[in-house]
Design a protein around this ligand. Structure first.
Ligand code: NAI
Length: 693
C-alpha cells in the first residue's frame, strides 16, 4: 500500500504489478523516488501472485533524469546504479511504459528493463552532453547494444532525443502503444510471461556491437560529423571514450570506465559551467517584479518594418512559429529583395533537410509585403528594423503610433539606441520596448528584451512569453548604450584595436579568442558585419585601421577583403596589405612594435569586458550577474564550457581580474580603470554569480 510520503503507488492488474511513479513535476530521480522504486521492485519480486512488473509514471512524463539539485552532493543509497542492478537481475520481467520523455537517468533505467513500450508521442534520449556530462548509469554501454554504435554515438554526442517511431525502428524500444499505455503495457508484460523465454538483459546482448559495419570507422565518422563541438570539449571526448569502451571491453569493465569518466567530468569546471548555465537560463526567464501569471497581450499578427538583414531574419522567426507577418519597406525594389531573400533562405533550409519542403510554401503564404505602414493597423506587435539612426527611428515610431491599433506593442530592434527616446515619439510609451534579436535572427537563440522606463508590466510579460513561443532565450535588460551584449562587445573591440597598435596582428588576436572557444574573433566578426558601418569616404579621417581598410576598398567579406583576404568560399586568410597598412599606421604614430603574447591578448580582451559586466550588474541593467552570461553564450557564442564572462571571472577570481586591471590601467591609461563594482566584489571576497559558493 502506498503511504503519503512515498513517491510511487503500487497497484496490480491481474497478475501484473504496476508501479506508478509520481514525483511531480517531471519525475526526476530524487532520493525519495529512488527509495520508492527500490521498495516497489522488491515487493513485486517477493509477491508470489505477481508474475511481472510494469514501471509507469503519473503526470505529464516518464522520468526525465537525475535531480540536478543533488549533483555535487554524495549520492544517498539506493543510487540509480543500485536500481538498475536490481531491475536487470530481477527474476521476473520488468517492463518500462513510457509517455512524455524518458531522458538521461530515466532512459538508462528504462534500458535496464527487460522490455520498453512507449506512446507514439514519447521521446527517449541521453542529453547529458548538454550539461557537460556523459550518461553515468550504463547509458553509454547499453544504448550501443540496443541500437548499434552509429546511432548510439549520434544520440549521445548530440544529446538530442528520438521519437518513439525512430526508437522502435532502431531497437531502443520494443513496442509502440497506440491505445491506453497502462493497458497495453500490462498486456505486453503478460505476453513476455506467457512466452516463457529467458529474460532479455541488454548487458548480455552484444550482437549489434559487431553487426553493423566497422565500429572503429564509425568513431572517425562521428568525430567528423560532430567535430566542431569536439574542440576542447571534455564531455565530447569522454562520450567517445565511453562508447569505445562498450565496443572493446567486457560489459562490467565498460561500465566502470563510464563511471570514471562521468566522475571526472562531474568534478571538472566545464560541466560546472554548463550546469550553472542551465540554472542561469531558467533564472533569466524570471523577472523579479513581473510575477508569473501576469496577464499577457494576445499576439496573433506581427508587423516588421525594414526588410534588410535583421527584418528578414525576424520575419522568418515569426513565420516559423506559425504567426502571420506583414513586412514593410520604403521602395518596391527593397521589398522584393527582402521577400526574395526570405524565400531563398527557407528553400536553402529545406534543401539541407532542416525544414520540410512543404514548409517553404506554407511560411511564404503567411507573409504579406507592403510599402504602406498603414497596412500594419491589424498587427498586435510591430518590430522596427530600419537603419540604426535615431531621427529615422523616431519618425517611424511617430507614424506607427498613429497607424497601429490601440493596445498594440511597438518594438525596436535597435542595437544601441535609447528606447526611452524612441518611446517618447509615441503617445503610448508604456507599450514600447526593445526586442533586440541577434544576427542571423532566425538562428541565434538570444533575445534581449529592453525595458524602457515607461514599459508596462503586461508588455514585458508578453515579450517574455513571446520569446518562448519563438524558441528564443529571453534576457530582460535595461536601457543603456548597447544594452548588455553590445556594450561589452564595444569594450572588447576597443582593446582588440589597441592590441593591433601595440604589435599584434588581427589574426593573432582572433586565433587567441577562437582557441578560447569563441566562434570567431573580433576582426573576423568585423569583416563579417562590414567595416563600413557608419563610414563614408568623404568623412573618413584615416585614423583607424578600419578606416584605412575602407579607404582601400577593403570593407569586409562582402567586398572579398577586409582585415583578411577572402576566396570565393569566403574563407579568410591573413593579408599582407592589412599588415602593411598596420605597420604604416604604427610608424606614423611613432609606436614601436613589441611582441604581444597570448596571455596579454586574452586578458586584455576579456578582463575589460568583465569590468564592464560588473558595472552593468551594479547599474541593475540586469536583474542578476548571471543574465550577462546568458546573453554572451546565446548571442555571441561564448563557449558554454566556460560559462560566460561573469562565471569566468569567478573561476579566475575577481581579485585576480582586479589586480590585472590595475596593472593594465597603470600601463595603458584610465580607459582600463577597474570599475567600483569590480573593486567591491574583489575586496569583499564575494563572487559575481555565486557559482563557486
Ligand atoms: P539593413 O541595412 O540590412 O536593413 C535596414 C532596412 O530598413 C533596409 O532594407 C531599408 O531599406 C529599410 N528601411 C529604411 N528606412 C525604412 C522605413 N522608413 N520604412 C521601412 N523600411 C525602411 O540593416 P540591419 O542590419 O537589418 O539593421 C536593422 C536594425 O537592426 C538596426 O537598428 C541595427 O542596429 C539592428 N541590428 C542589426 C544587427 C546586425 O547584425 N546587422 C543585429 C541586431 C540589431
Amino acid at each position: 500500500m502506498a503511504t503519503e510520503d512515498e513517491a510511487a503507488r503500487r497497484e496490480t492488474a491481474e497478475d501484473i504489478a504496476v508501479l506508478v511513479l509520481d514525483n511531480p513535476p517531471v519525475n526526476a530521480l530524487s532520493h525519495r523516488l529512488r527509495i520508492a522504486i527500490a521498495a516497489g521492485i522488491e515487493q513485486a519480486m517477493a509477491d508470489e501472485s505477481v508474475s511481472a512488473l510494469v514501471i509507469l509514471c503519473a503526470g505529464t512524463t516518464f522520468i526525465v533524469g537525475a535531480d540536478i539539485t543533488e549533483f555535487g552532493r554524495p549520492i544517498e543509497a539506493p543510487s540509480l546504479q543500485d536500481l538498475i542492478a536490481l531491475i536487470e537481475s530481477a527474476a521476473k520481467p520488468v517492463v518500462a511504459a513510457i509517455h512524455g520523455n524518458a531522458l538521461g537517468g530515466g532512459f538508462e533505467l528504462a534500458m535496464a528493463c527487460h522490455a520498453r513500450i512507449a506512446l507514439p508521442s514519447a521521446k527517449v534520449g541521453l542529453p547529458e552532453i548538454k550539461l557537460g556530462l556523459i550518461p553515468g548509469a550504463g547509458g553509454t554501454q547499453r544504448l550501443p547494444r540496443l541500437v548499434g554504435v552509429k546511432h548510439a554515438l549520434a544520440a549521445i554526442l548530440s544529446g538530442e532525443p528520438m521519437g518513439a517511431a525512430t526508437a522502435k525502428e532502431l531497437g531502443a524500444i520494443d513496442a509502440v502503444a497506440h491505445g491506453d499505455l497502462r493497458i497495453e503495457a500490462v498486456r505486453f508484460a503478460q505476453a513476455i510471461v506467457a512466452d516463457g523465454q529467458p529474460l532479455r538483459r541488454v548487458r548480455d546482448s552484444d550482437g549489434k556491437l559487431r553487426a553493423r559495419g566497422e565500429p572503429m570507422a564509425l568513431f572517425e565518422e562521428a568525430k567528423a560529423l560532430y567535430g566542431r563541438r569536439a574542440k576542447g570539449n571534455d564531455a565530447f571526448k569522454g562520450a567517445l571514450a565511453a562508447v569505445h569502451a562498450a565496443v572493446t571491453m567486457p560489459f562490467d569493465a565498460g561500465l566502470q570506465r563510464e563511471r570514471d569518466i562521468f566522475a571526472a567530468l562531474l568534478g571538472g569546471t566545464q560541466s560546472k559551467a554548463q550546469r550553472y548555465l542551465f540554472s542561469a537560463t531558467r533564472a533569466a526567464a524570471k523577472v523579479p517584479d513581473v510575477p508569473a501569471g501576469t496577464a499577457t497581450i494576445p499576439i496573433a499578427r506581427v508587423g516588421v518594418v525594414g526588410a534588410g538583414t535583421m527584418g528578414g531574419g525576424i520575419a522568418m522567426t515569426f513565420l516559423a512559429a506559425g504567426l502571420p507577418v506583414t513586412l514593410v519597406e520604403t521602395d518596391r525594389a527593397a521589398l522584393d529583395r527582402g521577400v526574395a531573400a526570405i524565400e531563398a533562405t527557407l528553400s536553402a533550409s529545406a534543401d539541407k533537410g532542416r525544414i520540410r519542403p512543404e514548409d517553404v510554401g506554407r511560411r511564404m503564404k503567411r507573409l504579406s509585403a507592403t510599402l504602406a505602414l498603414a497596412d500594419l493597423s491589424n498587427c498586435d506587435l510591430v518590430i522596427e528594423a530600419v537603419f540604426e539612426d535615431m531621427a529615422l527611428k523616431t519618425a517611424v515610431f511617430a507614424v506607427l503610433d498613429r497607424v497601429a491599433k490601440p493596445g498594440a506593442i511597438l518594438a525596436s530592434n535597435t542595437s544601441y539606441l535609447d528606447i526611452d527616446t524612441i518611446a517618447g515619439a509615441t503617445t503610448r510609451p508604456d507599450h514600447v520596448l526593445g526586442l533586440h534579436f541577434f544576427s542571423p535572427a532566425h538562428v541565434m537563440p538570444l533575445l534581449e528584451i529592453v525595458r524602457g522606463k515607461a514599459t508596462a508590466t503586461p508588455v514585458i510579460a508578453t515579450a517574455m512569453a513571446l520569446a518562448r513561443r519563438l524558441g528564443k532565450t529571453p534576457v530582460l535588460v535595461g536601457v543603456c548604450h548597447g544594452f548588455v551584449g553590445n556594450r561589452m562587445l564595444k569594450v572588447r573591440q576597443r582593446e582588440a584595436n589597441a592590441l593591433l597598435l601595440a604589435g599584434a596582428m588581427p589574426w593573432d588576436v582572433d586565433r587567441v579568442l577562437t582557441d578560447f572557444g569563441m566562434p570567431m574573433g573580433p576582426f573576423q566578426m568585423a569583416d563579417l558585419a562590414g567595416l563600413d558601418l557608419g563610414w563614408t569616404r568623404e568623412a573618413s579621417q584615416g585614423e583607424t585601421i578600419a578606416e584605412r581598410l575602407c579607404e582601400a576598398d577593403r570593407r569586409g567579406q562582402k567586398t572579398g577583403a577586409g582585415f583578411y583576404d577572402y576566396d570565393s568560399g569566403r574563407k579568410g586568410v591573413p593579408s599582407s596589405v592589412t599588415e602593411r597598412l598596420l605597420l604604416e599606421l604604427r610608424e606614423e604614430r611613432g609606436l614601436a612594435r613589441r611582441a604581444v603574447g597570448e596571455a596579454e591578448i586574452l586578458e586584455r580582451c576579456l578582463y575589460p569586458m568583465i569590468n564592464e559586466g560588473a558595472r552593468i550588474a551594479e547599474e541593475e541593467i540586469v536583474a542578476r550577474a548571471s543574465d550577462i552570461d546568458v546573453v554572451w553564450v546565446n548571442g555571441y557564442g561564448w563557449p558554454a564550457t566556460k560559462g560566460g564572462p561573469m562565471f569566468f571571472a569567478d573561476l579566475v577570481g575577481a581579485r585576480a581580474v582586479l589586480d590585472r586591471m590595475r596593472a593594465l590601467e597603470a600601463e595603458f591609461g584610465s580607459a582600463l580603470a577597474p570599475s567600483a563594482a569590480l573593486i567591491e566584489v574583489a575586496e569583499s571576497g564575494r563572487s559575481f554569480t555565486g557559482a563557486f559558493g
